[in-house]
Ligand binder design. Structure first.
Ligand code: ADP
Ligand code: ADP
Ligand code: ZN
Length: 210
């Protein structure tokens, strides 16, 4: 059976970092609404034009815009899937349950005081979306992606003021999802602090015992 997993956790908890490795090593396909939205903003599609203001303000993009993206993507992928950054609120989770069956929800737990530093020193590859950290996970060559050689940039929402708003929005809208998936009996809490490889091993173990 092809697993469908959602990965939860606050901004900066390591969702993108861990998902990247699950895709490279276990054959998952990533669907990241954040990546898809940033691409839409970059290329100036009608969706991108509508989404930009919300993203720059650290707010969630309206559900109907994101749902269309997800529906389209889910139709086009085969094999095991990991949803990164979706769902972000109860309404999205309920809509997702209407279109597919989710097997597992992983919740990466990281203390809030760690998140601001993780996010403000994050650097992202403009070509493949890989993430690095200037101090905790620096690229081998400054400013260049280890995976594809692409140029690294700082996301416009990774500045302290916007980060704090994103953390507030997370607590208000996304955190309640841990309850939602606990009630369904599919939530796995994973300690998200410490060595990136050790966290990855905890996630793999949770997936393999599923
Ligand atoms: P998310 O997708 O949940 O927002 P990311 O995977 O982009 O989080 O990680 C946020 C930042 O923290 C990145 O700069 C990443 O390199 C760094 N990071 C990820 N995991 C760890 C970890 N275990 N310890 C320290 N820094 C980490
Ligand atoms: P992070 O990995 O740091 O948590 P994301 O890349 O997932 O950030 O999201 C960046 C921004 O894109 C969010 O602040 C929000 O504006 C928008 N976004 C991403 N996913 C969703 C979603 N499922 N619903 C609404 N907005 C979203
Ligand atoms: Zn790259």
């Amino acid at each position: 059976m092809d697993l469908k997993i959602v990965i939860l956790g606050p901004p900066g908890s390591g969702k993108g970092t861990q998902t990247e490795r699950l895709c490279a090593e276990l054959g998952f396909t990533k669907i990241s609404t954040g990546d898809l939205l940033r691409e839409a903003v970059r290329t100036g599609t009608p969706l991108g034009v509508k989404a930009k203001g919300f993203m720059d303000a650290g707010k969630l993009v309206p559900n109907e815009l994101v749902m269309d993206l997800i529906k389209e993507k889910l139709k086009s992928v085969k094999g095991p899937v990991i949803l990164d950054g979706f769902p972000r609120n109860l309404e999205q989770a309920e809509m997702l349950d209407k279109i597919t069956k989710i097997d597992m929800a992983i919740d990466l737990e990281v203390n809030e005081d760690k998140l601001v530093k993780r996010l403000t020193l994050r650097r992202t590859c403009k070509d493949c979306n890989s993430v690095f950290h200037l101090e905790f996970n620096p690229p081998k060559v400054a400013g260049k992606c280890d995976k594809c050689g692409g140029e690294l940039f700082q996301r416009s929402d990774d500045i302290e003021r916007t980060v704090r708003e994103r953390l507030r929005v997370y607590k208000e809208s996304t955190l309640p999802l841990t309850n939602y998936y606990t009630k369904k009996g599919i939530l796995k809490m994973i300690e998200g602090e410490g060595d990136i490889g050790a966290i990855y091993q905890r996630i793999v173990k949770a997936i393999k015992t599923k």
